[in-house]
Design a protein around this ligand. Structure first.
Ligand code: ADP
Ligand code: MG
Length: 617
């Protein structure tokens, strides 16, 4: 075998294997070129998910005849003026995309440079990498690139493409990221003559908010908070979801560095750490996170697709991201996500049953489709009922009339004697009472709130103890008579191995003869806990979680176990004053919108929501 230098076409096709994996990656490269050219509008028209045709039309600066000819040469770029690859200010810089795509498709580029005085543009065809004659063409502005029969020259690659639906999904996913980061530019996507999206450009201050809202759709406005932190090394901004608004995958975490969408484990870990006190295991917040930093501090030249980056100081960036998100979560503070009250309303609405259905003996002929909503006064809906056996009970209407016009009898007061009107103005309102000894009902200025007293209390306690531990000011209380707890040898050994750790939490244990331990001191906040039960829970915790987990996680587990013990159990009767005290404390404690397990601690219904339930609006 003799060595020979490969032809340009072969080199380009090899490169295409890395740069152009599928239609979505070709589209990404071409759209990024349009953005680098300063386009304010980019239209993407595809056929058969980009397999048959990809057309990208932009209104950017365009190319003159010489540049057009050069653009499809390998390593030809206008974006590295000083050839300094540490200072990259454009999406492109490798000069590879056009020659690579051109080598595996039938490409036509038409372009007109903005400074050109000609009446015409220039156009060039490249078929499987073979350049044809450049010629005048008609185009008033910008650049139009058509890519037909992608991968026709590399049939093996063609075989790897997935169904049209899947490839379209990849394209939309790719474009969503680009459009999110460039809200000042209009974008449209059309597949097989069907418009998929048409995002208009936003030029105002809230451009980013508007664009992400367009893409994310329902739920964005209610459940996200804008964060922004400026550090000497980098600016971090974007939108993060309220902890209770979470999903089962991490796919909805978007990261951008200098507008470039990237995938990065480090940033995912940072998000996880920032949210770890607020989100249950296996759930993920949704974030749109933008980092702006000097391009010398980040290397994007890790892979030709430019999805991966290397930070100069990755720990620093990680810590800044954690800090920025934590600050945001703090600001979300006691807010539980709004989708919960919407969910509550949705849960209520199908329940709008005919009251007769709840009276003895009428259940059997109540057989309506549970999704059927109807108004009690509207005869028409009964005709739509799925149950032909349903007969409208006329006695019911009589009953309503009786109630409304009944002679006035003493009314039962809806609020208790000690209801405190002055506290209605507080965000969590004034307590009216307790339901099932578990939920506090409170009245606010503009609605009502249902609070899970156990969950709320657990969070308050958790935050208090955490603060004491962080400040190393844990207040303890010596037990007058130490609590002796008998346990098996093996468990005692495990417990004693965590002795030092537990002491940091204010829980002091000692070996006590054979087969027992004594508890001598407890965190003061835990003074009324069932010590034996607490120790058994800690043992369970150690067994379940303590294998090889980090100290930070251990602390979290211990705290959660402690908090659970201390909290007002569901089922405990509270006085109105105790309830109000709990509400005020929730307001003054961070993160009280969720309990330690990431469940919401309260649900709010505004008067508007309540009116909707009763179909008054
Ligand atoms: P890179 O973007 O890394 O420079 P490409 O192969 O993608 O490499 O593009 C080569 C060159 O062609 C670019 O540097 C740019 O000068 C020019 N070019 C490509 N697309 C456009 C466009 N839509 N508008 C204007 N110029 C373009
Ligand atoms: Mg490029």
């Amino acid at each position: 075998m003799t060595i020979k230098i490969l032809s340009n076409t072969t080199i380009n096709r090899i490169a295409a294997g890395e740069v152009v994996e599928r239609p979505a990656s070709a589209i990404k490269e071409l759209v990024e070129n349009s953005l680098d050219a300063g386009a304010s509008r980019v239209d993407i028209i595809i056929e058969n998910a980009g397999r048959n045709l990809i057309t990208i039309i932009d209104d950017g600066i365009g190319m003159n005849k010489e540049d057009l000819e050069l653009s499809i040469e390998r390593h030809a770029t206008s974006k590295l003026a000083d050839e300094d690859i540490n200072q990259i200010d454009f999406f492109g810089f490798r000069g590879e995309a056009l020659p690579s795509i051109a080598s595996v498709s039938r490409m036509a580029i038409t372009s007109k440079h903005q400074n050109s005085n000609d009446d015409f543009a220039w156009s060039i065809n490249i078929i499987g990498g073979e350049k044809e004659q450049i010629s005048p063409a008609s185009l008033t502005k910008g650049t139009k690139i058509e890519v037909r029969d992608l991968f026709f020259a590399t049939p093996a690659r063609l075989k790897f493409l997935k169904t049209e639906k899947t490839e379209t999904h990849y394209i939309i996913e790719t474009l969503n990221k680009i459009t999110m980061a460039n809200p000042n530019v209009s974008f449209s996507l059309t597949n097989n003559n069907k418009e998929i999206f048409d995002y208009r450009a936003y030029l105002s201050e809230d451009a980013l908010y508007n664009r992400i809202s367009d893409i994310a759709g329902k739920g964005f406005k209610e459940n996200f908070t804008f964060i922004e932190q400026e550090y000497p090394e980098c600016r971090i901004f974007g939108f993060i979801s309220t902890p209770t608004y979470n999903t089962g995958t991490s796919n909805e975490q978007y990261f951008f560095i200098n507008k470039r969408p990237i995938r990065d484990k480090l940033l995912s870990v940072a998000v996880k750490i920032a949210y770890q006190d607020f989100i249950p295991q296996g759930r993920y917040p949704i974030v749109y996170l933008f980092l702006e930093l000097d391009s010398a501090l980040v290397d994007v030249n890790v892979h030709p697709s430019k999805y991966e980056v290397r930070f100069k100081d990755s720990n620093l960036i990680k810590n800044l991201v954690i800090s920025a998100i934590k600050q945001g979560i703090r600001e979300i503070g006691s807010k539980a996500s709004d989708h919960l009250s919407f969910a509550a309303i949705d849960a209520f609405i199908p329940e709008t049953r005919h009251p007769e259905a709840f009276t003895e003996g009428s259940r059997d002929n109540y057989n309506m489709d549970s999704s059927l909503k109807f108004r009690m006064t509207d005869d028409k809906v009964f005709k739509e009922s799925s149950s032909p056996t349903y007969i409208r009970p006329s006695a019911f209407t009589n009953k309503i009339t009786e109630t409304i016009f009944a002679p006035t009898t003493p009314m039962v007061k809806a609020v208790p004697e000690d209801f405190d009107h002055k506290q209605v103005d507080f965000p969590l309102g004034s307590a009216c009472g307790q339901i099932h000894n578990t939920y506090i009902l409170s009245q606010t200025e503009d609605g009502m709130i249902l609070i899970d007293q156990h969950a709320a209390h657990e969070r308050i306690f958790y935050e208090r103890l955490k603060k004491q531990i962080i400040n190393q000011q844990i207040q303890t209380q010596r037990l007058f008579i130490p609590e002796i707890i008998e346990l098996s040898e093996h468990i005692i050994e495990r417990l004693l191995s965590e002795k030092e750790e537990l002491a940091k939490f204010g829980l002091y244990i000692e070996a006590f003869g054979n087969g027992a331990i004594s508890v001598t001191e407890l965190p003061a906040l835990l003074k009324c806990a069932d010590v034996r039960k607490l120790i058994l829970d800690i043992v369970a915790d150690i067994d379940e979680h303590m294998g090889q987990i980090s100290l930070e996680k251990k602390i979290k587990h211990f705290l959660a176990t402690f908090a659970c013990h201390h909290s007002i159990r569901a089922g405990r009767n509270l006085s109105i004053k105790e309830m109000n005290d709990l509400l005020r404390e929730m307001e003054s404690t961070e993160h009280t919108g969720q309990c330690n397990h990431g469940r919401p601690t309260y649900i709010k219904l505004n008067l508007k929501d309540i009116e909707r339930l009763f179909e008054r609006v």
